[in-house]
Ligand binder design. Structure first.
Ligand code: ADP
Ligand code: MG
Length: 404
């Protein structure tokens, strides 16, 4: 027997021809990875239907049978139209989407955040220029007209060496970055990032640490989660510590202000991940912004009153949300579980983590691992950050050792 979920608009006495109420709105998500999955998990609790567009039985589709999923690529125009036709609000869990089609569907369906925001942000160089126009400090950047040694040399004359060569588009988890230390690296850097791609060079940031703030843009204004410290290894996020360790109240305030200011200059509603560099001389720069929930905000699921996923839904559906709802309840450390040498390394780490049930294990159901791919994460909350660090240390050791 099939159990049909009764939506509010279908209950006796309600006017079914009226606009959908807040609790009736169907959310469409472009992308079905782990960020989409955790968004669906938050929506499930309220039985908000989320329709996921992605290929196959992706992470997000696995955790919901409430929504009507769409088969296809989140880059496919026709598939996006099919998703729009069955959704009231369309959002993204990845910014590498076709914004032409988002612009087109925004005439008939609410797209959040705005397609303009996604269009600007998905080109890292355009994003930097946009932030610069609004007076938000970022690392100095030079676009390469062509991906040639000559142009790279020109950029290095302006920025100095080392510099970070970056792909303007489609970059994630460090794929799309190449540190250029000397002139000898020019050739390799261009080759590694794919000869004909659009590239730009960024001044090297001598950072003391990296910080991130999840900012929520609602219909009423800008709210922010606590400042978190992120630790990257080979350009991939490895750990987050919340609150950020050894950061003064004053510096924390500056990071909060910068993150809010950076997000305020973009249109639309939703959660944004703001990555920042805290330089040796205490200068703060925005590294990059994600127009969606973000790895550095996973900790909010266990550590805050409202998670970044609940906050994203709240923002795009206009559900009530206040600054105090985003407060930290307990310090937290988050460790990413990446694919290792063996196909099941990630499962071995997850299993080891279960020995201490304070460690909350999230697996993404991506099937067989590829080395360096994000397969899951572990969050531990404790009364103090050092207690949380102590509890997660055995897992960090295991990850560092490399499972057999
Ligand atoms: P991704 O989209 O892959 O996250 P990022 O631009 O955020 O790309 O770079 C990933 C990581 O690489 C950063 O978190 C930081 O550790 C390092 N990185 C990026 N840009 C620079 C820079 N200009 N100087 C020094 N390190 C950098
Ligand atoms: Mg990044």
């Amino acid at each position: 027997q099939v159990v049909k979920i009764i939506r509010k608009s279908e209950t006796a006495g309600s006017n079914t021809s009226a606009q959908p109420g807040i609790m009736d709105k169907r959310v469409g998500v472009l992308g079905g990875g782990q960020l989409g999955a955790m968004l669906v998990e938050a929506a499930n609790q309220l039985r908000i239907p989320v329709n996921v567009l992605d290929v196959g039985h992706s992470s997000a589709k696995q955790v919901s049978s409430i929504g009507t999923h769409v088969e296809g690529s989140f880059k496919d125009r026709e598939a996006i139209k099919r998703l729009a036709a069955i959704s009231d609000v369309v959002t993204v869990e990845i910014e590498h989407v076709d914004t032409e089609i988002l612009e087109e569907i925004s005439g008939t369906v609410d797209v959040q955040p705005s397609w303009k925001t996604i269009r600007t942000i998905q080109d890292k160089y355009a994003q930097k220029q946009h932030l610069h126009e609004f007076g938000v400090a970022t690392a100095k950047s030079v676009a390469l007209e062509t991906a040639s040694i000559e142009k790279l040399k020109k950029a290095s004359n302006i920025l100095g060496l080392p510099l970070m060569l970056k792909s303007r588009r489609e970059a994630y988890d460090g794929r799309g970055n190449y540190p250029v230390k000397t002139n000898e690296d020019f050739k390799h850097a261009l080759k590694a990032l794919g000869g004909n791609k659009s590239l730009y060079a960024e001044k090297w940031a001598n950072f003391r640490m990296e910080l991130a703030v999840m900012v929520v843009k609602t219909k009423d204004g800008v709210l922010s989660f606590p400042t978190t410290e992120t630790v990257h290894e080979n350009s991939i996020c490895k750990l987050t510590y919340t609150p950020a360790r050894g950061v003064s109240e004053a510096m924390n305030g500056k990071a909060q202000d910068l993150a809010r200011k950076a997000v305020a200059c973009f249109d639309g509603k939703g959660v944004f991940g703001v990555e920042m560099f805290l330089l040796e001389d205490d200068t703060l720069l925005v590294n990059e912004i994600a127009p969606r929930p973000h790895n550095s905000g996973h900790y909010t699921i266990e550590a805050c009153r409202v998670s970044q996923y609940e906050a994203h839904l709240s923002a795009i559906l206009d559900l009530p949300l206040r600054q105090e709802d985003l407060e930290l309840r307990e310090p937290a450390v988050m460790l990413n579980i990446l694919g290792g040498e063996a196909k099941d390394s990630h499962l071995q780490i997850a299993e080891a983590a279960l020995k201490d049930r304070w460690l909350k294990v999230h697996l993404y159901g991506k099937g067989q691992a590829r080395k360096g791919r994000k397969m899951g994460h572990i969050t531990v909350c404790a009364p103090t950050i050092s207690e949380a660090e102590r509890r997660i240390q055995p897992l960090i050791d295991l990850v560092d050792k490399g499972t057999p």
